[in-house]
Design a protein around this ligand. Structure first.
Ligand SMILES: C[S@@+](CC[C@H](N)C(=O)[O-])C[C@H]1O[C@@H](n2cnc3c(N)ncnc32)[C@H](O)[C@@H]1O
Length: 282
C-alpha cells in the first residue's frame, strides 16, 4: 500500500510564500533538459543517467522538515544534488534556523540559477536577506566535495535517479566517521539498507507531493553503536521494497515511479556559521 500523501497549504509562513514567488520564474526542469541534450549531442549518454531532474515542492519539503526530530545539534543542512536549490532555501526558512544550509550541484547552469535566487534574496526584504546569508552553494561533484557536505547534521540526498554505483558509494560515505552519529539522512525513493552494521535507524517515511507527481522521502538517523533501534520507526507507509530500485535506469520526470573537481562555491562564507551554543533553540 502506498504511503499517505499529505498536502495542505495552511499554516505556511510568509517567507515560504515569498520563496514560491522567487521560484515561479525558475525552470529547473528546462535547464536540466538542455544540459542532458548537450551531453547526448556529445555522445556522453551515460552521464545523463544521474542527471534526470526533479524538484521538491517547497511546502512539501517544509512540512517534511517540520516532522524531523531536530535538536540544537542539527546546525547544518546540506542538499547533495541541489539543482536550483529549493530544498536549501526551504531549509534556510525553517525556524528555529539552521546556522548554514549547503547546496552541492554538479550542473553549472542549475547551480547558477540557485545563485541568482540567492542574489535576489540578498536584495529583498530583511527576512529574505537574513535567509540568503545562511546559504552556501557549491558547483561540485558530490564525490569531490565530501568534506563540504559530510559536516552537515541533516543530509538531504535526492537519489531517486542516482545510479546503483553512486548509491553504493554514497552509502559507504554515510557510514564513515566524517558523518557524525545523530545525523539525520533524508533520501528520495531509494532506501538505505545497512546490512552489515545496523548503523542507520529508520526514522520515518512520507510520501508527499513533488513539483511534478509525488515522491517518497525516507529519513534515517546515523547511530553511534552497532545496533539500529527499530523502536524509533514511525513510518506512515507499508513495508517498502527492500531493494530500492531495479537495475533499470529509465526516468520520467512526472512521477516518482521514475528512476527516479572543480568546486565553485557561492555563499555566505565561514563567518556565517555560528557556534552551536549561539544557535536558536529547537
Ligand atoms: C532529483 S534532482 C534534485 C534537485 C533538488 N535537490 C530538489 O530536490 O529539488 C537531483 C540533482 O542531483 C544532481 N546531481 C546528480 N549527480 C550529482 C553529483 N555527482 N554531484 C552533485 N550533484 C549531482 C543533478 O544534477 C540534479 O540536479
Amino acid at each position: 500500500m502506498a504511503a499517505k500523501v499529505l498536502d495542505s497549504e495552511a499554516g505556511v509562513p510568509d517567507l515560504l510564500v515569498a520563496l514560491e514567488q522567487r521560484f515561479a520564474q525558475v525552470d529547473g526542469y528546462g535547464i536540466a533538459r538542455e544540459e542532458r541534450s548537450k551531453l547526448r549531442r556529445a555522445g556522453r549518454y551515460a552521464e545523463t543517467e544521474s542527471l534526470q531532474y526533479g524538484e521538491v515542492r517547497l511546502t512539501s519539503f517544509w512540512r517534511l522538515l517540520q516532522t524531523l526530530p531536530l535538536t540544537p545539534e542539527h546546525r547544518i543542512f546540506a542538499d547533495v544534488g541541489s539543482g536550483t536549490g529549493k530544498p536549501v532555501f526551504c531549509a534556510a526558512a525553517l525556524e528555529p534556523a539552521f546556522d548554514t544550509c549547503i547546496g552541492i550541484e554538479i550542473v553549472p547552469a542549475l547551480h547558477e540559477e540557485a545563485c541568482r535566487v540567492q542574489a535576489a534574496l540578498q536584495q529583498g526584504t530583511p527576512q529574505e536577506h537574513t535567509l540568503a546569508k545562511r546559504i552556501q552553494l557549491h558547483n561540485a561533484d558530490l564525490f569531490k566535495a565530501v568534506d563540504v557536505w559530510a559536516q552537515a547534521q541533516v543530509l538531504y540526498i535526492p537519489c531517486t535517479c542516482f545510479t546503483n554505483d553512486m548509491m553504493a558509494a554514497v552509502h559507504r560515505l554515510l557510514l564513515e566517521d566524517k558523518v557524525a552519529p545523530g545525523t539525520l539522512i533524508i533520501t528520495t525513493t531509494r532506501e538505505l539498507t545497512d546490512k552489515e552494521g545496523g548503523r542507520l535507524a529508520h526514522v520515518l517515511t512520507r510520501q508527499l507531493p513533488y513539483q511534478r507527481g509525488a515522491i517518497t522521502f525516507h529519513v534515517y538517523r546515523k547511530l553511534q553503536g552497532s545496533s539500529a533501534n527499530s523502536s524509533t520507526t514511525t513510518s506512515t507507509s507499508e513495508a517498502a521494497p527492500s531493494s530500492p530500485m531495479p537495475g533499470a535506469t529509465t526516468c520520467t520526470p512526472t512521477a516518482e515511479s521514475a528512476r527516479a573537481g572543480n568546486t565553485k562555491s557561492h555563499g555566505a562564507g565561514e563567518s556565517d556559521a555560528r557556534p552551536m551554543d549561539k544557535r536558536s533553540k529547537r
